[in-house]
Ligand binder design. Sequence first.
Ligand SMILES: NC(=O)c1ccc[n+]([C@@H]2O[C@H](COP(=O)([O-])OP(=O)(O)OC[C@H]3O[C@@H](n4cnc5c(N)ncnc54)[C@H](OP(=O)(O)O)[C@@H]3O)[C@@H](O)[C@H]2O)c1
Length: 235
Amino acid sequence: MSKTALITGASKGIGLETAHRLAASDLDITTVILMARQSDDFDANFAALDAEMGDSVTLVRSIVDVGDRDALIVAIGELYAAHGTIHYLVNNAGYTNPVPIHQVDFEDFERTMAVNVYAPFTLVQELLHLGNRFDVIVNIASTAGINGRSGWLTYSASKAAVINMSEVMRDELKIYGTRVVCLSPGRTATALRRVLAPEEDPSTIMQPQHVAQVIETMLGPTGQYVDQQNVIVRQ
Ligand SMILES: NC(=O)c1ccc[n+]([C@@H]2O[C@H](COP(=O)([O-])OP(=O)(O)OC[C@H]3O[C@@H](n4cnc5c(N)ncnc54)[C@H](OP(=O)(O)O)[C@@H]3O)[C@@H](O)[C@H]2O)c1
């Protein structure tokens, strides 16, 4: 049976590597939807992946700010109308602006929650309302959501919420035959990590393809044998 995968935050980093792996995987995936905001990086990376994959898989680009709930709901409706069931959903888009408590701007906190927490919730709830039956949902949290990190209040709080929300989704969606996986990467060499740790040498830490490989495994048949409470991926 041909399957469709939707990956948020697929313009670069872990999301782009995941799109790459799923497009080339043997999970019967025939359509991969890459979601992110409009950018030159997204244009270039999508074009390169499309050229590499040729006719073996259909790649779809969905341009939306997932922090804009109304726009996200419209995009979900259009994608479902055009492509039908989303079998695999990877909620990967993430945002951070790490500052100490005194400097937290409330609007920025709200934006962090909108992108990191409300967007994955909205994707799951809207698709359920449309009658979608997921095979597997992977929510990308973070080791920063397990233990709060000094200077990362908004990000840590949002990722803790993702871990907790995933537990509820896992319990409630079991009856539909849906597996819900919460995956918490440690430090990974991406643009987001550069915001969190600008001084770090990216060659010394985990690379996005390592995380993408674990995501692919969790989506596949082997994934059902892993205790999925919170899969930690780190060096
Ligand atoms: N890197 C790490 O060390 C690390 C560790 C633990 C967890 N994570 C998590 O891993 C996930 C992927 O991050 P990454 O490290 O791969 O970072 P990245 O390379 O900076 O990628 C982040 C992705 O999220 C997308 N995104 C951000 N805001 C968005 C918005 N408002 N609407 C739509 N898309 C948006 C970005 O797309 P555009 O900006 O192009 O729209 C980009 O595709 C995130 O959830 C992050 O929190 C990362």
